[in-house]
Design a protein around this ligand. Structure first.
Ligand SMILES: *[C@@H]1O[C@H](CO)[C@@H](O)[C@H](O)[C@H]1NC(C)=O
Length: 592
């Protein structure tokens, strides 16, 4: 079994993660201490032996080390106490719109869209500095940006812009493109965007017809020995294509983030093929469960097993967890198999991946990396105190899970402790804390968060988190230092706002929006990525990711609009923020 190569493509970008020079600061990995009950006993034993002088200086020294550095030897995350938000007491829940802020977000969307429409209408992607569009492949565009933006326009009431976008879909969109497209990205952005547009137009047939046309071209990706989908698809030839960059493996998140879309399409069309192919993937994943419940980021489509690979909540892992919960919610909380898988995963995450920083006790998630350490060829796990911005979806997701899968009764806003199960209480608290950490990573020179941060744990000296290998302003910035208009933190803020009514979350969202306006807005139109969040004035990268219009600005809009828009008990958002309705399927659901 070959290990996947160290260089991984990042979710939602085609950019390879470049190798970074190591800074002296960067040696963050060490062995996971064994959690054994004997260690506490040993500490006492050493202490007694040391005091009695039987082991002399050695015993006393060992006791002293245990006493001074308990965190180095006892890897225990104490169950967090119940809390609303750290530092908060009470607030008045008022879900009416903040009209000025909401309209400022709508104006930002128009600034982004009008530049794209002026310079690149119909192209897959947009470059606001050079004012050019580009396509994912030389074979021509597949409506990446237009379709990703449709439901945001519908929600914002941008009728004229929407009418022109719809006309483009009706007249110019084709999927007859002879090139390889990423299965996951095409599903979440294009299929998800079409289905959400269908929903928010009360069933405009144009979108369902295009969704069926796309899905039928994609179905062959599932034709593997296990049913796990291949990473790419040639849309013209209608064949799945293995990912040569990763030895033909499939990433866990990519295989398990097609289900909301294919299941809903199956429901709308009564064509169960879509449903069954997506569901079968989940069966394979469940059968591949590791004893500790953790989920590595690569699987083999040949035998359906997890491959020795990193375990993390960032790229290639993230939306697996998100979709476990949302599959449960999508069909009205009747498919208990997904709740079980979700709870199992959240338990494993709390036991293995949640950590707390050195000084300010910020809650974060770490990663586990396999390393072949000894001559037997056995793998050992080392931990990396590294968190992608992508992980910032998790805070809101945990809170959503706590008030649904983790609730004993339909909970209040905010929920009371008594309304939640013990796991729900734990997840709620972790969710709140993770959001505070993600917001903290926006406290940079620009007010924007870096793509990747590293944390310090336990007795290490220095700030709680840092950008690995960061160089002084003026020097070429490291990859980790960029902000590419990512949505995950504002997504969590939106969920936390709807679930608590705490105005703190609107305030955080507004600060992030203001930083985007100040540093990413290109005066001539559009928004650009920032290469180093710690350098002001900023240096731009000539790219406006499509998720700015589909996710970041949509979640900010939803944060400031009133709560009658897309209520959480009626909708689930796919991982590209496309709103899909919760429904009761007419067919049998779940599996065992
Ligand atoms: C993208 O593809 C479309 C459709 O083939 C084409 O009209 C357009 O010129 C392409 N854009 C670029 C920048 O190549």
């Amino acid at each position: 079994m070959a290990d996947p190569p160290p260089t991984l493509r990042n979710r939602k970008t085609a950019i390879s993660e470049p190798q970074q020079p190591e800074s002296p600061d960067s040696k963050k990995e060490d062995h996971i201490p064994q959690k054994t009950p004997q260690t506490g006993f040993l500490a006492i034993l050493f202490l007694i032996l040391g005091v009695l002088g039987l082991l002399g200086v050695a015993g006393a020294a060992a006791a002293y080390i245990y006493y001074q550095n308990p965190g180095e030897y006892f890897w225990i995350v104490p169950p967090p106490p119940w809390e609303a938000v750290p530092g908060d007491t009470e607030w008045v829940v008022d879900f009416s719109a903040d009209v000025l802020k909401r309209d400022a977000v709508v104006a930002a969307f128009k600034h982004a869209w009008s530049a794209y429409e002026r310079d690149a209408m119909g192209d897959d992607e947009y470059h606001p500095i050079t004012r050019k569009g580009s396509n994912l492949t030389a074979a021509g565009g597949i409506g990446y940006t237009v379709i990703d933006s449709l439901d945001t326009m519908l929600l914002m009431g941008l009728d004229a812009e929407y009418a022109r976008a719809r006309a483009w879909v009706a007249d110019s969109l084709t999927f007859d493109r002879d090139a390889n497209f990423n299965t996951f990205e095409t599903t979440i952005r294009v299929l998800g965007g079409l289905l959400a547009a269908h929903e928010l137009t009360d069933g405009d047939d144009l979108y369902l017809e295009r969704a069926v046309a796309l899905a039928d071209r994609m179905l062959p990706v599932f034709d593997t020995p296990t049913g796990l989908p291949l990473s790419m698809v040639n849309l013209a030839k209608r064949v799945g294509v293995a990912d040569a960059d990763n030895h033909g493996l499939v990433s866990t998140a990519e295989a398990t983030t097609l289900q909301l879309e294919f299941r809903y399409l199956g429901y709308l069309t009564d064509n169960l093929e879509y449903w069954d192919k997506a569901e079968r993937v989940m069966k394979v994943v469940r059968q591949a469960r590791l004893p500790n419940g953790l989920t590595p980021i690569f699987m083999s489509p040949e035998h359906g097993k997890f491959m020795t690979s990193e375990i993390r909540l960032g790229s290639r892992g993230d939306s697996y967890y998100e979709y476990l919960l949302k599959q449960y919610l999508q069909t009205g909380s009747v498919e208990t198999v997904y709740r079980e898988m979700y709870e199992d995963s959240m338990n494993a995450i709390h036991e293995n991946l949640i950590a707390v920083s050195n000084t300010r006790k910020l809650t974060f998630t770490k990663e586990l990396h396999p390393q072949r350490l000894d001559y037997t060829g056995q793998n050992t796990w080392v931990r990396a105190l590294k968190q992608d911005h992508l992980v910032c979806f998790l805070g809101g997701s945990l809170m959503l899970g706590a008030t649904t899968a983790g609730a004993l009764t339909p909970p209040s806003v905010p929920p009371t402790s008594a309304e939640l199960t013990p796991a729900g209480r734990r997840d709620w608290t972790t969710g709140i804390r993770l959001i505070e950490t993600c917001v903290d990573t926006y406290r940079t020179a620009s007010g924007l968060a870096p793509e990747i941060v590293h944390f310090r744990e336990n007795i290490e000296k220095g700030s709680d988190w840092f950008i690995k290998g960061a160089r002084p302003p003026g020097e070429p910035p490291v990859y980790d230092a960029r902000y590419i208009l990512r949505p995950e933190t504002v997504e969590s803020l939106f969920l936390a706002w709807r679930l608590t009514g705490n105005p703190r979350y609107r305030q955080y969202g507004w600060e992030i929006f203001e930083a985007i306006e100040k540093h990413c807005r290109v005066p001539g139109g559009g928004y650009a990525s920032v290469l180093n969040v710690e350098q002001v004035p900023v240096v731009w990268e000539d790219k406006m990711e499509t998720f700015l219009m589909s996710e970041t600005l949509k979640y900010l809009f939803l944060l400031f609009t009133d709560d009658s828009v897309l209520p959480l008990h009626e909708y689930v958002f796919n991982t590209e923020a496309h709103a899909l309705p919760i429904f009761s399927p007419s067919v049998r659901t779940g599996f065992s």
